[in-house]
Write a protein that binds this ligand. Structure first.
Ligand SMILES: Nc1nc2c(ncn2[C@@H]2O[C@H](COP(=O)(O)OP(=O)(O)OP(=O)(O)O)[C@@H](O)[C@H]2O)c(=O)[nH]1
Length: 311
């Protein structure tokens, strides 16, 4: 009868940058919650997506990648990861199907085993749509060798959705018995402001090289409600209120400010449009987005500034 009990618990994905952790989180949750990007290490906050099934609830904790700390921010990111490891029920190690397992992966496994020796570890071969079946099989073997015979290994493609539901089942079985932590339909417990800031940050980093990711922080300054301007006279009814969102983008140097703003402000305008569309999709309401770029010199090394920026 044990299998018919409701199970619930916490899961986190670990792995080298760009191994598909955020994309998999989104595929499991079925809505855009975690921030994905083709640049490494852009997932800053511990964002939770929640997977609801009849028999189980999985709470996904998306952690930033572990990395060698060079700044105070780097140290705090690692502390966050350590806390996460010790609190979850299952840690999933993600290895892309199209890249050989290397020293970076072995380092992560060592770290995980040290910090959370008792936590169940599951191996996931991601991006299986990128390679043939033979390659997937080889990678599964290699991953199984890396983790040992006690760990399950599962192939998935977050992009095509292949095997995603099977992963849900495997994870659900690994959860302890217990009631749901969150009401049905709830996707994330991140405050809306954090989501907005993350979406703006993602839009601002889009298409940029490696120089900016850690130097950009976004703070929502103010959110105000306004009556919608247009529709009142046309329909005779008042439209739902519109949110005005004022956000500050902090960079460390004036050269970075130039990059973010672009020629004649063109880039910032585009960032605003893209972020607005994403935010409207999630909130289901019209917003007006006002973005300003400010320089906060060396904010990554200044504890006071880090605190103010939410780290
Ligand atoms: N073809 C294919 N591409 C994928 C899949 N999953 C992720 N990707 C791509 O791989 C890149 C990295 O994906 P992310 O989900 O941002 O990776 P991540 O591990 O969260 O990266 P960090 O946040 O940097 O740690 C993106 O360009 C994704 O579009 C997949 O199943 N198939």
């Amino acid at each position: 009868m044990a299998d018919s009990e409701f199970r619930s618990g916490f899961v986190c994905f670990v792995g080298r940058p760009n191994t598909g952790k955020s994309t998999l989180t989104n595929a499991l949750v079925g809505s855009k919650i975690a921030i994905t990007s083709s640049r490494p290490q852009t997932t800053r906050h511990t964002i939770r997506g929640i997977v609801h099934r009849d028999h189980a609830q999985l709470i996904l904790v998306d952690t930033p990648g572990l990395h060698r700390p060079r700044t105070l921010l780097g140290q705090r990111l690692n502390d966050l990861v350590r806390d996460t490891y010790s609190e979850v029920d299952v840690i999933c190690l993600c290895i892309p199907a199209d890249e050989a397992i290397g020293p970076g992966d072995r380092w992560i496994v060592t770290q995980v085993r040290q910090m959370a020796p008792k936590t169940t570890l599951v191996g996931i071969v991601t991006k299986i749509d990128k390679v043939g079946r033979q390659k997937v099989a080889e990678q599964l073997m290699a991953l199984s060798n890396l983790l040992g015979p006690d760990c399950e290994v599962i192939p998935v493609s977050a992009q095509s959705g292949e095997q995603v539901e099977l992963l849900v089942d495997v994870l659900a079985k690994a959860m302890p018995e217990g009631p749901a932590f969150y009401p049905d339909g709830e996707l994330t417990d991140e405050p809306e402001e954090t989501l907005m800031a993350e979406l703006i940050r993602e839009a601002a980093l889009e298409g940029l090289g490696d120089e900016l990711p850690h130097s950009l922080a976004v703070v929502i300054e103010e959110i105000t409600e306004h009556e919608s301007r247009d529709t009142v006279s046309k329909t005779g009814r008042s439209a739902p209120p519109m949110l005005h969102v004022h956000a500050l983008l902090y960079v460390e140097r004036s050269s970075q400010k130039g990059i973010v703003i672009g020629k004649g402000g063109a880039r910032l305008k585009e960032v605003g449009t893209n972020a607005r569309k994403q935010i409207e999709k999630i909130l289901g309401t019209k917003i007006y987005l006002d973005l300003h770029v400010k320089i906060a010199k060396d904010w990554q090394r200044d504890p006071k500034q880090l605190g103010r920026l939410g780290f």
